[in-house]
Write a new protein. Structure first.
Length: 191
């Protein structure tokens, strides 16, 4: 029977969960679904485009572009700053261009840029495989309904583990500082 590991490796507690669902799994799924129904969750309604979705806004950093800074200026600034900080631009998804190419009209700008320090990323995954789900570090360029540009990324400080070795924490904090500097440079159009 195949076994699956849980995400508790961070605490050094590994559990084995059988792949075949038993009554315990059905109970957990039932109570999990019930919990989702009673969570303080408010879906976005027409006229409320920024309604919170189960507290997701608390997990991200959103920075509005300064007046006079275009989205293209911000992207150029981010790429240049990343290069100066020795963070690699490892991927780019021009999502809005892909949507337009597929025939969708009136698409606001949405692009995802992925930056990485390969050595730190590797060390993080060696410490805890769950970190692989958050790699590489992503910064989204988003045009809101009013045509304003924003830079949005997951708040990486929320991912630091108290069990992380000090040398790895120092490396992770350096990457976090670099990501924040990239966002700041992009928002200000700084070259």
């Amino acid at each position: 029977m195949p076994m699956f590991r849980t995400a508790e490796r961070d605490l050094g507690l590994e559990k084995k969960v059988p792949a075949k669902p038993g009554p315990w799994l059905r109970r957990r799924l039932f109570f999990g679904a019930l919990l989702l129904l009673v969570l303080p969750f408010r879906p976005a309604l027409p006229g409320q485009p920024n309604a919170p979705v189960a507290g997701i806004a608390k997990t991200v950093i959103e920075v509005r572009l300064k007046k006079g800074v275009t989205i293209d200026d911000a992207i150029s600034s981010m790429k240049l700053r990343a290069s100066l900080l020795n963070l690699k631009l490892v991927a780019h998804q021009p999502l809005s261009k892909q949507l337009i190419a597929s025939g969708i009209k009136n698409v606001r700008r949405l692009e995802i840029y992925q930056f990485c320090n390969p050595l730190t990323a590797y060390d993080m995954v060696r410490f805890n495989m769950a970190y692989a789900a958050y790699l590489p570090c992503r910064i989204a360029v988003v045009e809101d309904a009013h045509g304003r540009g924003w830079l949005v990324m997951l708040d990486p400080e929320r991912l630091l583990s108290p069990k992380m070795p000090p040398n790895l924490r120092k490396k992770a904090e350096r990457v976090i500082a670099d990501l924040k500097e990239i966002v700041k440079a992009g928002a200000e159009g700084a070259l």
